[in-house]
Ligand binder design. Structure first.
Ligand SMILES: [Zn+2]
Length: 296
C-alpha cells in the first residue's frame, strides 16, 4: 500500500513540478518530498527504483518468478500495431527476444486488419520483483497482452493509457465467452502459441475450452494454452529461455497432447471454502548475477 502511494505521489510530483504555480510556490517542498519518497521506494524495492536497463549483452537470469534481466530493451509507447499501457509503472522492458515477439504480434494483427494490440506489463528495466503481487515477469521473458484491441488509426493519449481498463471476455457464471470475443482474439492466441520461442500462454480455462471446441485441422498450438485463473481480459505470454542466457531457469515443457481433456477441474463449480489466511512464504532468493545488476 505504501509502495503504491509512493509511486502515485512520485508521479504527481513529477507532473506538479512542471506547473508554474508549484514551481514558484513550493518547489523546494516538492523536491524534498520526492527525494524522501524515492528513498523509501528504493529501500522497499531497489528493483522498482531502477530507471534504465543495464548495458551489455542481453541475459535472462534465474526463474520467471525469481530473476532479473540484463541488457533489456524498451518497448516504445507507440509502435506499429502496438500501444503500450500503464507506462507509469515502467514495466515496458524485456529481453530482446520478448520485444521481437511482441513486435511480430503487433505487425501481424495490424496487417491482418484487426487493429492495434494493447500491451500490458513486460518487466521493469532490469526485471526483478515488482511492488504488486504480480510475482512473475521478473526475467524479461513474460508479457501481458490485452484481449481488447484498439483501432489502428486512432491515437491513444498517454494519460488515457493509465486509466483505460482491460475488459473481460469471459462470462464466468455461465462458463462461456462473452459476445465481444471475435476472430481477433482467436488469431492473437493462435499466432502466439504457434511461435517457437513461446513456451506457454496462460488464459482462462473458458477461453481454452472454446478454442478446443472450434479449432479444426492443426491443433498442436492448443497445447501451449494453459488454463489459469484471472486471465479473462488478457493473455500472459511466457517465452522459453533464449539462446545464450545460461543462467536462465526454464519451466518444464507443456505436457504432450492438446490439453483439451484436462479443463474440467478448472471449470467445474466448487463449494465455497472458508478463506484461511495463507502462511507467509519466504521470498525466493535471486541469483547472484542479479545482485550485480543492482549496483551497475
Ligand atoms: Zn502476467
Amino acid at each position: 500500500m505504501l509502495n503504491l502511494l509512493c509511486r502515485r505521489l512520485l508521479h504527481s510530483c513529477s507532473n506538479a513540478a512542471r506547473t508554474r504555480r508549484l514551481r514558484t510556490a513550493s518547489t523546494a517542498t516538492v523536491v524534498l518530498l520526492c527525494l524522501a519518497l524515492s528513498m523509501v521506494q528504493a529501500r522497499a524495492n531497489p528493483w522498482a527504483a531502477l530507471e534504465h536497463p543495464s548495458a551489455g549483452t542481453a541475459q535472462a537470469h534465474g526463474k520467471y518468478t525469481a530473476g532479473c534481466v540484463a541488457g533489456a530493451q524498451r518497448l516504445a509507447p507507440t509502435e506499429p500495431g502496438l500501444r503500450t499501457m500503464r507506462l507509469e509503472r515502467r514495466r515496458n522492458y524485456g529481453h530482446p527476444a520478448l520485444l521481437r515477439y511482441v513486435r511480430a504480434l503487433g505487425k501481424h494483427m495490424l496487417e491482418a486488419g484487426f487493429g492495434a494490440v494493447l500491451v500490458g506489463d513486460l518487466s521493469m528495466p532490469r526485471g526483478g520483483p515488482t511492488f504488486s503481487n504480480h510475482i512473475s515477469h521478473q526475467s524479461g521473458l513474460d508479457a501481458d497482452v490485452w484481449f481488447r484491441m484498439h483501432p489502428a488509426d486512432r491515437p491513444l493519449a498517454l494519460a488515457r493509457r493509465e486509466t483505460l481498463s482491460a475488459t473481460s471476455f469471459v462470462d464466468w457464471p455461465r462458463r462461456q465467452l462473452k459476445p465481444n470475443w471475435s476472430e481477433a482474439q482467436t488469431e492473437m492466441l493462435r499466432f502466439t502459441a504457434a511461435r517457437r520461442e513461446v513456451q506457454r500462454v496462460f488464459v482462462s480455462a473458458v477461453i481454452k475450452q472454446h478454442l478446443c471446441q472450434v479449432t479444426r485441422g492443426e491443433r498442436t498450438w492448443l497445447a501451449k494454452l494453459r488454463p489459469w485463473y484471472g486471465h479473462a481480459d488478457h493473455m500472459h505470454v511466457r517465452l522459453s529461455c533464449p539462446t545464450g542466457s545460461h543462467g536462465c531457469r526454464a519451466q518444464a515443457a507443456v505436457p504432450d497432447g492438446d490439453g483439451c481433456d484436462a479443463l474440467e477441474w478448472w471449470i467445474k463449480p466448487r463449494p465455497a471454502k472458508k478463506r484461511e489466511k495463507p502462511e507467509p512464504r519466504a521470498k525466493p532468493s535471486l541469483p547472484v548475477a542479479c545482485q550485480a545488476l543492482l549496483s551497475r
